[in-house]
Design a protein around this ligand. Structure first.
Ligand SMILES: Cc1cc2nc3c(=O)[nH]c(=O)nc-3n(C[C@H](O)[C@H](O)[C@H](O)COP(=O)(O)OP(=O)(O)OC[C@H]3O[C@@H](n4cnc5c(N)ncnc54)[C@H](O)[C@@H]3O)c2cc1C
Ligand code: SF4
Length: 506
């Protein structure tokens, strides 16, 4: 039931009940929910269809295949923030780390208070989280899959008396290959590619890969048709046009692409909120170097997360960063870089994400692609500096001899005693290396059509029969990894459609 670009030899028109744009966390989950409820679904995915047979541990092959813009997307601001997202069947879930957390209660309370989302209580959402967890096999990592790096990290956090939690990941018998960000070679990571997509297809859904939706058409205020371009995978050029006539259209292209599509279609303009309220959980990373070999790539990354500082908006974990990407982030070049990378087996890379306290925006460039701007505010800058210092504390406690820092003019420190330098260096935003893999909030959910784009069931306030079930619907920073939240709100929207079938789908 998957049609790839090169199999399409002429312009096509499909007629279906629901057209879902994007096959990642939000798109895959709602597509399966609806197809299993007996609804006809057509899924459009701009990226290619790849399976574990195609995945490669070589960054040069894997990244252009699975990542948008070959992983080189940038969010403008000072500093510019490096941003990565998936562009393939299964979306970012194919390349993500598999961490799965329910939306924290304090976040849901905020949604109720600030966005009038009265039904978004932990109790009422619990069945949706439970269903997602069952579908994508969320479970703690088995001890055998954890490596020495994770053990060192855990022991150090325990020694410091910090709360460190066993991670919950969507995996089945994960063997700890540590290649999650290049696509799991053994299908043990239960991404949307191997869970929700086969479920949807098994119930008759159709999926067009290499197919980019470029316009959503409406009639009398209702979404009626999607116009898409079937692309040549090698050149990215249009080969044919696909039109999908549908009773309901679901946008799930992610928090950058969906507002861009809405703007390009001239939809949902009244609220003035499309593309605003962009959140991104800014991240920093620190590389610890140890006397003995750590071989932190041997074993699953993020077997644990430090949750001691969640209330301060800081979450810490070790990261599965492959050598090519570690080398890119080191504050050196040439021979020095080569010599340092020879110590790769002695390294442990740890990172922190911080809660957003400001927002950025997305707009549509004249060439039809989204542009993003996000300026860190003072609170976030201080959090990122504190997070870097805390990571150094845990790495030195674990036995590191040196830590490479994400700052231009303070590139390394060699002991715990030097940590105060991080606070005293007067680090400016332009001197920080910041990255993110969590874009959220650009078509946010809420009760008030003047402050939000979609309602609590993800239906667009201004366009009936148009739903948005991706990361853009999340109204606030989460402070934890977002995929489970996205999937839960997506299947909740799916259930709402099934319960109101007569109104939407007949
Ligand atoms: C490297 C990395 C590690 C991460 N680690 C974790 C983690 O451990 N835990 C966690 O919870 N989250 C993690 N995340 C984040 C998480 O994967 C995303 O937040 C989540 O997948 C977003 O879901 P989504 O549905 O909004 O978009 P995506 O899952 O990104 O899916 C969107 C899909 O829509 C397609 N698309 C976009 N526009 C169009 C269009 N116009 N037409 C057709 N198709 C289109 C895209 O190609 C893409 O495949 C990580 C992300 C990355 C990149
Ligand atoms: S650690 Fe390896 S086996 Fe486990 S999910 Fe990641 S890539 Fe797959």
């Amino acid at each position: 039931m998957i049609t790839i670009g090169e199999q399409v030899t002429r312009d096509l028109t499909e007629t279906t009940q629901v057209c879902v744009i994007g096959s990642g966390a939000g798109g895959g989950a709602i597509a399966a929910e609806l197809a299993e409820g007996g609804v006809e679904v057509v899924i459009l995915e701009e990226g290619g269809y790849y399976t574990s047979k195609d995945f490669s541990s070589d960054a040069r092959g894997a990244i252009p295949q699975l990542y948008r813009d070959a992983g080189t997307s940038v969010i403008m601001g000072t500093p510019a923030i490096i941003f990565s997202e998936g562009r393939c069947v299964g979306g970012s879930t194919v390349i993500n780390g598999g961490m799965c957390w329910r939306t924290p209660e304090r976040v849901l309370h905020r949604w109720q208070r600030e966005f009038g989302l009265a039904d978004m209580t932990p109790e009422k959402l619990a069945p949706f989280f439970a269903k997602v967890e069952e579908r994508i096999n969320v479970a703690p990592q088995s001890p055998e899959s954890l490596g020495k790096g994770d053990m060192l990290f855990k022991q150090a956090a325990d020694k410091l008396g910090w709360l460190i939690n066993h991670n919950r990941r969507n995996q089945k018998n994960c063997t700890g290959e540590g290649l999650c960000v290049f696509g799991c070679p053994t299908d043990r990571k239960q991404s949307v590619l191997v869970t929700y997509i086969p479920r949807a297809l098994g119930k008759g859904a159709k999926l067009y890969a290499d197919t980019r939706a470029i316009k959503v058409k409406t009639e009398n205020g209702r979404a009626t048709e999607v116009v898409a371009e079937v692309l040549d995978r090698k050149t990215g050029k249009k080969r044919h046009t696909l039109r999908v006539k549908a009773k309901v259209v679901v946008l799930a292209g992610g928090a950058l692409q969906t507002p861009c599509l809405l703007i390009g279609s001239g939809l949902a303009k009244k609220s003035g909120q499309v593309g605003k309220n962009f959140l991104c959980h800014p991240n920093v990373k620190v590389v610890g170097v140890f006397e003995d070999e750590v071989r932190y790539w041997a074993g699953v990354h993020q077997g644990h997360q430090i949750h001691e500082f969640l209330e301060e908006g800081i979450l810490m974990a070790i990261g599965g960063v492959p050598p090519a990407l570690v080398a890119l982030g080191l504050p050196m070049h040439g021979r020095q870089s080569l010599e340092t990378m020879e110590l790769y087996n002695h390294m442990l890379v740890a990172g922190a994400l911080v809660d957003d306290t400001t927002t950025g925006k997305i707009w549509r460039a004249p060439w039809g692609q989204p542009m993003a701007f996000y300026q860190l505010d003072q609170v976030e800058i201080e959090r990122l500096i504190r997070a870097s210092a805390l990571i150094c504390e845990v790495l030195f406690t674990a036995g590191a001899k040196k830590c490479y820092l994400p700052f231009t003019y303070l590139q390394e420190i060699a002991s715990m005693d030097e940590i105060p330098k991080i606070y005293e260096a007067g680090i400016k935003p332009s001197e920080m290396e910041v990255l993110t893999v969590h874009a959220l909030g650009t078509t946010r959910m809420g009760r008030d059509p003047r402050r939000s784009v979609v309602n609590g069931f993800c239906e667009c306030h201004e366009v009936k029969n148009l739903f948005i079930t991706d990361a853009g619907a999340i109204p606030t920073s989460l402070g934890v990894n977002p995929q489970e939240t996205i999937m839960a709100i997506a299947i909740r929207a799916g259930q709402y459609l099934l319960e109101n079938r007569a109104r939407y789908l007949v």
